[in-house]
Design a protein around this ligand. Structure first.
Ligand code: E4P
Length: 226
């Protein structure tokens, strides 16, 4: 399962990229607005930092205009993916753009029925939102599991991107169910690696090493500089 960051913040993107595990980015109008920067240079810079897919969301809800935005977003960079809402007009735009070979991420998907429509409209990615379903007391993992099962049975090419993730259990369950991608805020990305026993164990190893170092004889040169 590929790990994406759900952010438009360059510092977060650079830091996660440094770890060698970042495979793509999802943005949305809220995340872009939060950065307070000019839209086009910002999304261009994000596309240049990350090798994988960068989803850039359309705005408004007029099919012809969504198609025009889709053409323009696809021109931003080779890895720019067009994000459309799962509405009737969004589906119509998805069909038209997908038929031209433009890659679409259908966002704001909350049911298996919507996910079937997205796949049938030729989407490259479908994004079920887990956290927002949990917020309204709906079992988001049940919905994700239905979508993964249906997509496997129907042999759809559309990738399932688990979105609106709030904690590592969402990521683990998405991987277990066979989602192709998980996207998460940087805070959740950091939670994947952090463990108090890792930190305490590392400290203990380092303390023991420092204490014994002087009588351990010849060390590797790089260890002397550590
Ligand atoms: C995904 O593409 C969305 O940008 C995102 O996951 C929304 O998450 P939120 O519910 O935390 O805003």
């Amino acid at each position: 399962m590929k790990l994406f960051l759900d952010t438009a913040n360059l510092d977060e993107i650079q830091e996660a990229n440094r770890w060698g595990v970042l495979r793509g980015i999802t943005t949305n109008p809220t995340l872009v607005a939060k950065e307070g920067r000019d839209f086009l240079p910002l999304v261009k810079e994000i596309c240049s930092i990350v090798e994988g897919d960068v989803s850039i969301e359309t705005v408004g809800n007029d099919t012809d205009n969504l198609v025009r935005q889709g053409h323009e977003i696809a021109q931003i960079a080779d890895n720019a993916i067009v994000k459309l809402s799962t509405t009737p007009n969004g589906l119509a735009a998805c069909r038209r753009l997908s038929d031209e070979g433009i890659k679409i991420n259908m966002t704001l998907c909350f049911t298996a029925a919507q996910a079937i429509l997205c796949a049938e409209a030729g989407a490259y990615i479908v994004s079920p939102f887990l956290g927002r379903l949990d917020d309204i007391s709906t079992d988001s993992l049940q919905v994700l599991s239905e979508i993964c099962e249906i997509y496997a049975v129907q042999d759809y090419d559309t990738q399932v991107l688990a979105a609106s993730l709030r904690h590592p259990m969402h990521v683990i369950e998405a991987a277990r169910m066979g989602a192709h991608i998980s996207t998460m805020p940087f805070k959740v990305f950091e939670m994947l690696v952090k463990h108090p026993l890792t930190d305490a164990g590392h400290k203990r190893f380092m303390d023991d090493w420092e204490e014994a170092k002087s009588h351990l004889g010849e060390l590797l040169p790089s260890m002397q500089e550590a």
